[in-house]
Design a protein around this ligand. Sequence first.
Ligand SMILES: NC(=O)c1ccc[n+]([C@@H]2O[C@H](COP(=O)([O-])OP(=O)(O)OC[C@H]3O[C@@H](n4cnc5c(N)ncnc54)[C@H](O)[C@@H]3O)[C@@H](O)[C@H]2O)c1
Length: 409
Amino acid sequence: MNQTQDSLTSRREFIKNTGKIAAASALAGVAIPHVHAAENNTIQVALVGCGNRGAGAAGDALSVKNGPIKLVAMADVFEHRLKGSYEALKRSKDFGKQVEVPEDRKFIGFDAYKKAMDCLKPGDVAIFATPLAFRWVHFTYAIKKGLNVFMEKPLTADGPTSRRMLKLAEEAAAKNLKAGVGLMSRHSRALQELYQRIQDGEIGDLILLRGYRMHGPVGSAFSEKWPGKPTELLWQIQRFHSFLWASGGCFSDFYVHGRCINGCNDIYSSYAQGSKGMAIVSHHSDCGLPSSTYKGQNPERSNLLWVSKVNPDQQNPYQNEWNDLIDAIRNDKPYNEVKRGVEASLVTSLGRMAAHTGQEITFEEMLNSDHEYAPGVDKLSMGSSAPLRADSNGKYPVPEPGIKKKREF
Ligand SMILES: NC(=O)c1ccc[n+]([C@@H]2O[C@H](COP(=O)([O-])OP(=O)(O)OC[C@H]3O[C@@H](n4cnc5c(N)ncnc54)[C@H](O)[C@@H]3O)[C@@H](O)[C@H]2O)c1
């Protein structure tokens, strides 16, 4: 056992056993010496990618009511993004006091992730909420440091990085590191119960699943020419929904559900049709409550079989995913969502590639494809060229279905 594994094991035992001592002492009515709540039982968190979702995930982490937890380090490539998220988190009435990130633990740059993770001890948690291009780079370092991780979805946009992430997932599991993936719908209590009801045959054999997310343009999926500032690389990262290398593009974030066109009918909900009945999977948005099942194919009140009832403290799947991850860390339960996160990302990517090339693409073809969209992304620095360069007219290569058949660009 090397030193990192050794200290990880003893730290895990401490976090776990401290929980047990606390529970046993509470039952026996024995006061716990204050020192027990001190340093070693505290889970420290580092945030890498301090944008909207990163700040949201950090807030959810700090809201877990299962032992002491605090945010100790932050990393980004833009100072203003880090500052904005730090100030928003620090202002929070609910968890502001758990934000302990002094100036010397705020890091800017492409190597900032290393410095932030260096502030943690084995068994702590790193959050990855940059665009997906950097997931494998950050995950590699976290595994080396013996850290548990929470990483936002999607995880990959191409075959080579998907294969790399699957291998890293195995390495993390072999080291008993916990890895949560931000597919929050998987932690919706209503969807979990609905899944079981469908498995148990409540709506018969499953015939069709329909998921819609249709609205106008969102995020940074529509970009004009690079304006010359900041650098082309940083501009592409800022507008990551426009670049397949950075994010898988709008397909991976939005088209996976539907379309982004102004002036069309908006729908954002999902359904399951079975041989005996149907289910409203999500009433609105990704996993908006309630879920319900009906006999027959008409979701009328008289056909209602079941409607989900979820305790108020379990209604937020973003909070549930953190409660579940921290529970797995504190109680040492197996927890690794990376494989299913990669598989979900691959399914999205094969749909995207099929549309972009005009060809039929199988899961295996996508997984085994050798086109890596951002090779060398682990070596980027502030002065690096962008992985994709504009031509002399400021235009980037775009997919040409039926013409470029083997590559998306
Ligand atoms: N699960 C969900 O519901 C959900 C919702 C929104 C976003 N997301 C995902 O979360 C990720 C972030 O999305 P967002 O909306 O927060 O974007 P954002 O632009 O607000 O935040 C991304 C942050 O990462 C920083 N960053 C980029 N590259 C970096 C690097 N190499 N090192 C350090 N920092 C870097 C950016 O400067 C920015 O501050 C995306 O992958 C997105 O798809 C998931």
